[in-house]
Design a protein around this ligand. Structure first.
Ligand code: BEZ
Length: 223
């Protein structure tokens, strides 16, 4: 069964991209990585997504996250499309984006990574790529996977938010609650006993009283 599950090692594929030939593990180096796929070049939703991703590139870079996109067209088509994406952003219409776009014209990677959307097909009846988001940690293992159909554009602020959570929870024994943003209080993980939590979080642990009497809703300031 093609595709990637949480904890899987990223495949070390080689691909042509708008920034030249890329070997994926070498590209990632010791950084975090985000690989996001697109149904097709010169399509409206994808153009808005790549425009937003380009605007947010400095934020991903600050977090040591390398970005790479994938679309099932050729490098020359990608480069021509980059001009439109930059123009959409109100920038000079150059072929340059702050991250490479993989040319997967034969859909080989899309198949290997489980990215095809069976409901969206091109004029020849071939399935298009869905909107996959894979986030890899510095160990090159999959830490997060989100899959949107071709007809629903992603929210790149949300992707940045989940990167913040992934990076925080990779370093600290905490979990982030609903709608958490950087700086908000976090939750103590259920597996941590109270006495250990008190030692680990000197800024304090607040336990919310609940009808069950169970003391599992434990907050602490963001470490
Ligand atoms: C788009 O990017 O606009 C798009 C691509 C495929 C299907 C639907 C929308």
């Amino acid at each position: 069964m093609p595709g990637l599950l949480l904890g899987d090692l990223a495949p070390d594929f080689e691909a042509d991209t708008t920034h030249g030939r890329v070997r994926f593990h070498e590209f990632l180096g010791g950084s975090w990585g985000i690989l996001f796929s697109h149904p097709r070049d010169f399509t409206p939703v994808c153009t808005t997504e790549l425009g937003r991703a380009a605007k947010l590139a400095p934020e991903f870079s600050k977090r040591n996250v390398k970005m790479i996109a994938l679309s099932i067209d050729t490098v020359s088509e990608h480069l021509a499309w980059c001009k439109d994406i930059n123009a959409y952003n109100g920038d000079p219409p150059t072929e340059t984006l702050p991250f490479p776009i993989i040319a997967d014209a034969k859909r080989e990677l899309a198949v290997q990574l489980g990215m095809l959307d069976p409901d969206e097909r091109d004029k020849e009846g071939m399935p298009l790529t869905a909107r996959v988001v894979f986030v890899f940690g510095p160990d090159k293992k999959l830490k997060l996977s989100i899959l949107y159909p071709a007809t629903t554009g992603r929210n790149f602020d949300e992707i940045l938010r989940v990167v913040d959570s992934l990076q925080l929870t990779a370093k600290n024994k905490v979990a982030t609650p609903v709608d958490w943003k950087r700086g908000d209080r976090v939750m103590v993980v259920p597996s941590m006993p109270d006495d250990e939590a008190k030692k680990m979080f000197p800024d304090g642990v607040f336990t919310k009283e609940l009808p069950s009497g169970k003391k599992y809703l434990r907050y602490t300031p963001q470490p």
